[in-house]
Structure formats: structure tokens, C-alpha cells
Design a protein. Structure first.
Length: 255
């Protein structure tokens, strides 16, 4: 009697694993469905996953009709992939073309700097923003003045010729000062001085009929974007500058 009861208890115990196993599989199924629903539909991956679920839970009968989904989205996914590839190729081509154009412009400016003996007063650099041409203020302006000197107007006009590119680019001209407060009757702050220097320089640049005024803008930063220490006269001289930023096409403002 005791042996028969033990065998019955063992049989009941051996079958109890089915309930938690079933619950576990149900939870796993729900988890995978949620994960799949939150991701982009990939027809090939969806088909493989669906087949696995079918074999586990239904003995081969699909839990969903993956073939209909593949037929419905296959062409759309292919077209979308092709479109993305074409777009990526075009963006790469544009990027390379822009780099070539800006590099060519930099070479022209550098050649001009060498010919005019302005290596200590003008310099160029290719930055993440575009091609930056930095002009020391002493090249164009008297101390405390925002008017381009008569003898330097020719330099400004030659620089304008260097800004003619094909295709045209957006250009930002910005004025900068050192941290010495301005003390004259024309300007009450370095802000005003820097802005007017940028504007007056831009006016001469735009006398060039080959440049489109709609692609130019002027900014003034006063003493608040120094590139050197204002503790020395050499550093102050570097901070007193006008910058010409030639932007890559597709970019319209400085970040």
C-alpha cells in the first residue's frame, strides 16, 4: 500500500514541471513579440524567427503569416534600401566635391598671401566649419577705426576675387577685438567696433558683381572669442582680427 502511494506521488510530482514550463514559454513568446514590434520590420529576419516559433509552439503551423508580410514589404524594403544607398553615395560625392572646392580656394588664398608678403598678417585653415581666412586688423584698419583704409581697399577687393567659387558658397564675415575697452567718440564698446569692421569690410567685398549678397552675413564678437591671451601685446594683436568663413554648401550658419 505504501509502495503504491509512493509511485502515485512520484507520478504527480513528475508532471508538475509542465505548468511552469508552459508559463515560461508563454512569457518568452510575449517578450519576443514586444521586442519585435518595437523594431523595424526586416522580412528575412522576421521569416526566420516566425519559423522557429512555429516549430516550437505549433509543430510547424505559422503563428503569423510571415509570407504575406514578406510579399507585402519585400519590394518596399528593397526600394527603401536602394534609396538610402543612393542618398549615401550622393552625400559622399557632395562632401568630396566640397572639400575639393574649399581646398582649391585655400590654395588660391595662400598663393595670394605669398605674393603680397602677408604671411604674418593673413592665414587660412580648413576647419570643421569650413575654410577660415583670418586677417589681422592692422592690414585693413587704423587703431580704433572701423573704416577700411584707402590704401588697403585694393587688398579687400583682391580678397573678394578669391571668394568667387563655382558653385557659390555662403560666407560669414566676423569682427573681433582684444579686451582693451574702446575709448573714442565713435564707439561705446568693442561690440560696436567689431560689428562695424565686419560690415564695412563686407561692403567692399560685395562691390564685386560676381558675388551674391544673399549668401553673405556679418557678425561682431567683440573681445569674447579670443584666439590668444590678452596678457601680451602679441596676443592682443592676434585677437584683433577679421575672419572670413566660407561654409560648405548645405550649411548656412556657424554653430
Amino acid at each position: 500500500m505504501s509502495r503504491r502511494k509512493k509511485e502515485k506521488d512520484d507520478k504527480e510530482f513528475n508532471e508538475t514541471w509542465l505548468l511552469p514550463y508552459s508559463d515560461l514559454m508563454t512569457l518568452l513568446l510575449a517578450l519576443f513579440i514586444v521586442l519585435f514590434a518595437s523594431s523595424a520590420v526586416d522580412a528575412q529576419k522576421f521569416q526566420s524567427m516566425s519559423k522557429v516559433f512555429s516549430e516550437i509552439f505549433t509543430g510547424g503551423t505559422g503563428i503569423v503569416d510571415y509570407k504575406s508580410i514578406e510579399q507585402k514589404n519585400g519590394e518596399e524594403l528593397a526600394d527603401e534600401t536602394k534609396e538610402k544607398l543612393e542618398k549615401a553615395k550622393e552625400q559622399t560625392k557632395v562632401s568630396v566635391d566640397e572639400q575639393t572646392t574649399l581646398s582649391a580656394t585655400q590654395e588660391r588664398v595662400n598663393q595670394y598671401i605669398l605674393e603680397k608678403g602677408l604671411s604674418g598678417q593673413l592665414k587660412t585653415s580648413l576647419t570643421s566649419e569650413g575654410l577660415l581666412v583670418t586677417i589681422n586688423d592692422s592690414v585693413l584698419f587704423d587703431s580704433g577705426s572701423a573704416e577700411v583704409r584707402e590704401e588697403d581697399i585694393a587688398i579687400a577687393k583682391e580678397i573678394s576675387d578669391l571668394l568667387v567659387t563655382d558653385p557659390p558658397h555662403n560666407v560669414i564675415i566676423s569682427g573681433h577685438t582684444d579686451n582693451v575697452p574702446i575709448q573714442n567718440s565713435n564707439f561705446s564698446s568693442n561690440w560696436e567696433l567689431s560689428v562695424m569692421r565686419a560690415v564695412n569690410f563686407m561692403k567692399i567685398i560685395l562691390e564685386n558683381d560676381q558675388l551674391d549678397p544673399r549668401m553673405f552675413s556679418a557678425k561682431g564678437f567683440g573681445e569674447f572669442q579670443p584666439i590668444a591671451s590678452n596678457d601680451t601685446e602679441e596676443g592682443k594683436a592676434k585677437n584683433r582680427r577679421v575672419e572670413v568663413l566660407i561654409l560648405p554648401n548645405g550649411k548656412t550658419e556657424q554653430n
